[in-house]
Design a protein around this ligand. Structure first.
Ligand SMILES: [Zn+2]
Ligand SMILES: [Zn+2]
Length: 272
């Protein structure tokens, strides 16, 4: 299995000279095995990914953790949409009573084209997206996490390896948690790689309490309790410079290396 980070920034695209090493594109990762690829979230990181997929014969699947703008806004600029020979399996986002499709952006108003003008063949999966992805060979489950408006975390196993991807989650939220800490530990338990929200540091609190993102030390605590092999810090704050992220990574490594856990602050192009 191979996981690649194409966009690692949270909230809003933030390309500046001060953060070019980690990158300014928003949330998009891929999980690949053999000839199939699962794209989780369609932030602006999906645009450079699209260039890589042009002309390949990989079967493309797209699923979402939730529909905040930093997870969907790159989709219209995903080049394989404009390949006539291409089929894309698009899983709708369902959460409680709500359903939303990335195709809703193609209304001729928010974007110049309508859905009918997309050259590729879109196979829209409206119900039972998780069952569909399992049929497609991804051993996958998901659970709601702590995020305003609702979001999912994904756990995916392929060829004997497991990755858990939770880009947006407040591990210690104010009020009632949708995902209590012990449930998060169970969901992440023993994963080879945990990609987790670590947008904030203690200094950001209490101002950002309730915004739906975790502080670094909570992400480390989860990695430790769940005994994962490698923690990838994700969903970087748009105002976090490369130097600030280097420092966060160093602090996390200090906490985790005594427990035999690797740690990397996600950057565009990171492949594990
Ligand atoms: Zn986000
Ligand atoms: Zn969000």
């Amino acid at each position: 299995m191979q996981i690649t980070c194409w966009g690692v920034r949270g909230s809003v695209p933030a390309p500046t000279p001060k953060n070019q090493r980690y990158g300014g594109n928003t949330s998009c990762v891929t999980v690949e095995a053999d000839d199939r690829i699962l794209i989780i979230d369609a932030g602006t990181g999906i645009r450079p990914l699209g260039h890589e997929l042009l002309g390949t014969d990989q079967t493309i699947h797209v699923a979402l953790t939730h529909v905040h703008s930093d997870h969907v806004e790159g989709f219209p600029f995903f080049k394989p949409l404009y390949e006539e020979e291409r089929t894309i399996h698009l899983v709708d986002h369902n959460y409680e009573e709500t359903q939303w499709s990335l195709l809703e952006r193609f209304d001729g108003f928010h974007f110049p084209l309508t859905e009918l003008e997309i050259p590729a063949t879109i196979h829209r999966v409206q119900d039972n997206g998780v069952a569909f992805l399992n049929d497609q060979g991804f051993d996958l489950s998901r659970r709601p996490v702590n995020h305003p408006g609702g979001a999912y975390g994904y756990r995916i196993s392929l060829n004997g390896q497991t990755v858990v991807h939770i880009p947006d989650n407040e591990i210690d939220p104010p009020g009632q948690a949708v995902a209590p800490f012990d449930d998060l530990v169970s969901f992440c338990a023993g994963a080879d790689v945990l990609v987790h929200d670590a947008q904030y540091v203690q200094d950001d609190m209490p101002e950002k309490s309730g915004w739906g993102h975790s502080i670094l030390q909570d992400a480390c605590r989860l990695a430790r309790k769940a005994q994962v092999g490698h923690l990838v810090l994700f969903h970087h704050d748009p105002d976090r410079s490369d130097e600030a992220l280097d420092a966060m990574q160093a602090r996390a490594r200090e906490r985790l290396s005594p427990h035999g856990i690797d740690c990397t602050a996600a950057y565009e192009g990171l492949t594990l």
